[in-house]
Design a protein around this ligand. Structure first.
Ligand code: CO
Length: 153
């Protein structure tokens, strides 16, 4: 397991460290109709719903869909004035964000901030399905809204 974790790098303190992702945790997809999207991903790609939730304060109805070892997060809007609603109005259904799983989210955010990334969330917050999350502005990742996720045990 050599080389993993940030302790050696922190001790050195000489250079900016990149985030060390474990994997892509999920891809977020904005959809017009959640039931229809779930059915599509089940039928065409063998997806299996692992979680589904309506989160009023985030303005989304969402489903987490497993595809083998991987995962999609299907996101439908609860209104035009929500983040996903605005995305759909501007760009239509499609790829919304990429989520990277990290072991230490606060440390990863410090590293991103030190490296000049524009953070939408400066600190971890409650995301969907019990995850702790923070978003990074698409301008810092070549147009891709990026999310850091930790399952937090
Ligand atoms: Co996500």
């Amino acid at each position: 397991m050599g080389g993993h974790g940030g302790s050696a790098a922190m001790a050195a303190g000489t250079s900016i460290e990149a985030v060390e992702p474990l994997r892509i945790h999920h891809l977020g997809v904005a959809v017009d109709d959640l039931d229809e999207a779930v059915e599509t991903y089940e039928r065409l790609f063998g997806g299996a719903v692992e979680h589904r939730a309506t989160v009023e304060d985030q303005g989304v109805e969402a489903a987490s869909v497993r595809l083998g070892e991987s995962r999609l997060e299907l996101l439908a809007s609860l209104g035009d004035d929500t983040p996903v609603g605005k995305f759909l109005a501007k760009r239509g259904p499609g790829m919304h964000h990429v989520a990277y799983e990290v072991t230490d989210l606060p440390e990863a955010l410090r590293e991103l901030a030190d490296d000049g990334a524009e953070l939408i969330d400066a600190a971890p917050r409650d995301g969907l399905f019990g995850l702790q999350v923070a978003f990074v502005h698409p301008d810092s990742a070549h147009g891709v809204l990026s999310e850091l996720v930790t399952d937090g045990g």
